[in-house]
Design a protein. Sequence first.
Length: 304
Amino acid sequence: MSRVTISEVAPRDGLQSIGPFVATQTKIALVNALHAAGVRRMEVGSFVSPKAVPQMADTGEVLQAALRLPGLESTVLVPNRRGFEMARQAGAHRVGLFMSVTESHNKANVNRTCAESFADLAGIVRDAVAAGMKVRFNLSCCFHCPFEGVVPERAALDWVERAIALDPWMEVAICDTTGNAAPDQVARVVGHAVRAWTAPDGSSRIAFHGHDTYGMGVANVAAAWNAGCTVIDSAAGGLGGCPFAPGATGNVATEDVAWLFRRMGVATGLDWSKLLAAADLAAAVPGSLPGGRMRAVPAARRAA
């Protein structure tokens, strides 16, 4: 049976835009519930300025709880060298770096040009690899930018190629930050990246991160999978949204993605009933704007 790796992002991307501060114990409970459902890769938080993203101020505590869970690979997102040093000292298994492929969004998100971001992140990749850490290089707005509109495919792929060249094993995520990608667009961009750039052992280095703003999240996941992508990001309960991408709403829901792959005969390693319980917990977080479809389908509930 084919197998896909689902990388859960609800504890970070799902919660970062919520206004009321979510209690640390609630975040830890969500991490525990997702782990119990079989999740083995998870973005548990972000070492960013608490002034910029107050919701992530307790990432260190959440990470320490996650590190105690057997078999869980814990990722933290970092925007700069200070965040990287915090992640390394805290013992994160993987650091997630990020920049946008469009100047307007990168300026809004991290107040830098794309060239400035890339130069700084390239050094962090080198040091992270030297420290024995795994690295994920996230490229935002690869399909559509909230300020510049549809992104030319060649422009996005140029940045993928530059990121890929930093390290032969590093994973690169092609991100639909606004949820406005179309499946044919995803198939072309992701397919080109999967075919053109592989790890030394021939394995894929490409991940896909999608949102469901326009209701195309699951279709885009299917397009990425059919194009050869085997690592998919999603958020339980359909939580999420970028505070620096106006109009962007939640990530594609983990339970919707799990059901998609279940119907396609692709193994996820997730327990359906426990995943629904974790998704219900995520959707009940105060201040959240949950999305997704499967939690509301009676037949899917009965299947649990």
